[in-house]
Ligand binder design. Structure first.
Ligand code: MG
Length: 388
């Protein structure tokens, strides 16, 4: 069989590294043609030496120069910034793995889908800010999105072509993060180190903080609405501390189909790259249910995790609210990671931004990016003058 050509956006991040692990194990099936990274040039150079892509992109011209001088004896084309991301997404590849973090993944996604690519999709923020736009693109072009987020990979497998009228609800599971058993007042004061200690998954810093606030699950609600064309009323969140059931679909006839597996992103990555085929797992990651022993489920506590409530609110209100939710969250998480605000300030910043927002219905890419940038400026300014 002809090798399929793959480009990996965000190659030095958590998803990118795990994707390259899977691609290394299936060298007969895939060829890496493009890699895009931010500023971790050292790791990118190692990846280039191993995977020999034709195109790479980094964050800015300075880093691109640095890369050019280090790799002068390699035949490789080097790009930078948004232009590089867009070029790599539309280059001569069959699959684009979008492991970017935040709404910076929007333009390359549009570029890949417009060129009819399969996008293996871990960049949930893009679906949150531009769900309508992406759905229209999918209808107009030959491109397709295969989820890569573990919950959505689970639903993708369980839903198996069912019509909306046959689905009672989908159950998105959440580990509950590091603060599941903490008291509300202690969560408010949690430190960066405490928030970065995820109990079951190893992930990048932004998504780990989102998992601690449960905003990650909130964004996944909106992501599921777009991917599976379901109303928010058919999406429930269950806390499931073992993280073995990755999500489930309950049908109107009372049957519930759940997907179970190890907590390792290489499983959803492999599924997404090979779909609709299944291939033998090359890693020792089979899930031993006997050693797991028991599976527990509980309802989420919206008072302890107000970010989940805010995300449900944005999902119900629709219009520009998901963009505002996402932009305010990205700025607030960034400030928390720089230790400029407290953990308890994250939902406060998002909530006050949503309250001050006059909803609109941005539909073009320009309108979306403009609103996204305006919200980010407003949030940063208000936080600086401590009007949180
Ligand atoms: Mg997930």
């Amino acid at each position: 069989m002809k090798k399929r050509k793959v480009s990996v956006l965000g190659s030095t991040g958590s998803i990118g590294r795990q994707t390259l692990d899977v691609l290394s194990a299936f060298k007969e099936d895939f060829e890496v043609v493009g890699l895009a990274a931010g500023s971790n040039v050292q790791l990118l150079i190692e990846q280039i030496k191993e995977h020999k892509p034709r195109f790479v992109s980094v964050k800015d011209t300075e880093l691109a120069q640095e890369l050019k001088s280090t790799l002068s004896d390699h035949s490789i084309e080097i790009f930078c910034n948004d232009v590089g991301l867009e070029f790599i997404s539309s280059s001569a590849c069959d699959i684009v793995v979008n492991g970017l973090v935040g709404s910076m993944g929007l333009k390359p996604t549009i570029s890949a889908l417009s060129h009819g690519k399969r996008v293996a999709f871990a960049n949930k923020e893009t679906l949150v800010v531009a769900g309508g736009l992406i759905k229209n693109l999918l209808k107009r072009n030959k491109g397709e999105i295969i989820p890569l987020d573990s919950e959505h990979v689970a639903i993708h497998q369980c839903i198996s072509g069912a019509r909306e009228s046959e689905i009672k609800r989908i159950i998105l599971t959440a580990s509950g993060g590091p603060f599941r058993t903490w008291k509300e007042q202690d969560i408010q004061k949690a430190t960066k180190e405490e928030a970065l200690k995820h109990p079951t998954w190893v992930m990048g810093p932004k998504i780990t903080i989102d998992s601690a606030t449960l905003m990650n699950k909130g964004l996944e609600i909106i992501e599921a609405m777009v991917l599976f064309e379901l109303p928010v009323g058919k999406i429930d969140v269950f806390i499931h501390p073992q993280s073995i059931v990755h999500s489930a679909v309950e049908f109107v006839d009372g049957n519930i189909i759940a997907q179970l597996g190890a907590t390792d992103m290489r499983l959803p990555v492999q599924y997404s790259l090979f779909y609709p085929q299944r291939r033998e797992l090359p890693f020792n990651l089979f899930c031993d249910l006997l050693s797991v022993g028991k599976l527990e489920f509980e309802a989420p506590d919206f008072n302890k995790f107000p970010c989940l409530k805010l995300a449900y609110h944005a999902a119900k209100e629709g219009k520009s609210y998901p963009i505002v939710l996402n932009a305010a969250n990205e700025i607030a998480v960034d400030m928390f990671l720089k230790e400029e605000i407290k953990f308890g300030d994250i939902p406060k910043i998002i909530s006050s931004t949503m309250e001050n927002h006059k909803p609109s219905e941005p539909s073009s890419l320009d309108e979306i990016t403009e609103l996204d940038a305006r919200i980010r400026r407003e949030v940063s300014e208000r936080a600086k003058t401590s009007k949180i």
